[in-house]
Design a protein around this ligand. Structure first.
Ligand SMILES: [Zn+2]
Ligand SMILES: [Zn+2]
Length: 382
């Protein structure tokens, strides 16, 4: 089969790989119909995630058709059109039993802090991802879900991470009626978090980014007020001014380690292969939320981390909530919202590339060319 393959920082290409096999009776093999490139894939692409091995296939956002099932799989049949959450999880461990699918204890031999993620380096289990014609899906009875007839592939692929994560971020932020919600980052997750804040009753939504075309999208798609942090000496002061000097009730941090503004840390991270993540955006969140408010952290951070303003967070009485989204947990409610017409996930899609052109897709996404927000990948067999 054809599959995207990592060759080193800023080098990806499409190679021939063996079609994945059923390795365990609980496995399925899915023929990928749509995949997407995620902002967090850029951490891998930039060579900043530990244990990203040459030959690894990225892609934690994909939907497809079930091609094969293992002998003990009961909930899926060959031919089913399924969306697969970005999390790999067992469904039965202490954490899965509590809905903490992203924290599954049985799927990642390389770390205890995080569970499994498709196509996201060996630090999250080493599972090959869906930027390929086929992908092996372990624990096929608990992760994938049949896509309703009325939901398109383009919409469904956004459910596997970006939309579910954005919605989860608004949930973590404890948004209640009338709240002023600041969202840091106008990528797909930030845009969906902003839309979700409205769905939960927010009174004001303010999106912060530095890319004007993305702020335009935040105004048009997420009906948000926008602040371009590049236009302010101190974005926290700008946000305080916009919120009666008190700060926002809730801040959702949807930037993570991609935050520009701390180049030294960025470079150090690349050199040492420590995806520490610049805490700039997180510190903005801590500063821009009002006392007693909630900060919700969605941005992807690596395991090494430093220089968070923890003292200020304590003294302000903040609630800090964070996790990788347990994507499938958000699906029932999101499907209701989509079916009711409140949201069309694929509105954030800006580009579509053939799998064979994946190097170009990564380049466009990484360099933020051509108004890129969300690129989809279409395998030729799709
Ligand atoms: Zn993603
Ligand atoms: Zn588990």
């Amino acid at each position: 089969m054809r599959a995207m393959v990592y060759r080193g920082p800023y080098k990806v290409r499409v190679e021939e790989k063996d079609v994945p096999r059923i390795e365990h009776p609980n496995d399925a093999v899915v023929r990928v119909v749509r995949a997407a490139i995620c902002g967090s894939d850029l951490h891998l692409y930039h060579g900043m995630m530990p244990d990203t091995r040459v030959g690894h296939t990225f892609g934690h956002e994909f939907v497809g058709i079930v091609e094969k099932v293992g002998s003990s799989v009961q909930n899926l049949q060959v031919g089913d059109r399924v969306m697969v959450p970005f999390n790999v999880y067992c469904g039965t461990c202490f954490f899965c039993a509590r809905g903490l699918y992203s924290n599954c204890h049985n799927v990642n031999p390389n770390a205890t802090a995080i569970g499994g993620i498709y196509g996201y380096s060996h630090s999250t289990g080493g599972y090959d991802g869906g930027q390929a014609e086929y992908v092996r899906v372990p624990f096929a009875d608990v992760g994938p879900s049949r896509i309703p007839e009325w939901l398109s592939d383009d919409d469904a692929v956004l459910m596997t991470d970006a939309l579910a994560t954005g919605y989860f971020g608004a949930q973590l932020a404890d948004v209640v009626e009338g709240d002023t919600v600041v969202v840091l980052g106008a990528g797909p997750v930030g845009l969906f978090a902003a839309r979700s804040a409205w769905l939960m009753g927010a009174g004001r939504v303010i999106v912060v980014d530095q890319l004007e075309y993305r702020l335009e999208k935040a105004r048009e798609f997420a009906y948000a007020e926008t602040v371009n942090f590049a236009e302010h000496d101190d974005v926290v002061v700008a946000l305080k001014k916009a919120t009666d000097g008190l700060g926002a009730d809730r801040v959702i941090e949807a930037v993570g380690a991609e935050a520009d503004g701390n180049l030294i840390q960025h470079v150090t991270a690349a050199k040492l292969k420590l995806q520490g993540g610049s805490p700039v955006a997180l510190n903005w969140a801590i500063d821009a939320v009002r006392k007693g408010g909630t900060v919700s952290v969605l941005g992807a951070y690596g395991p090494i981390f430093s220089a968070v303003k923890f003292g200020d967070a304590m003294n302000k009485g903040l609630t800090l909530r964070m996790n990788q989204a347990p994507a499938a947990r958000q699906w029932p409610r999101l499907l209701e919202h989509i079916q009711a017409g409140y949201l069309k996930p694929s509105d954030v899609v800006t580009h579509r590339f053939e799998l064979e052109d994946i190097a170009e897709a990564y380049h466009v996404m990484s360099s933020k060319l051509d108004g890129c927000i969300k690129p989809l990948i279409v395998p030729s067999a799709a």
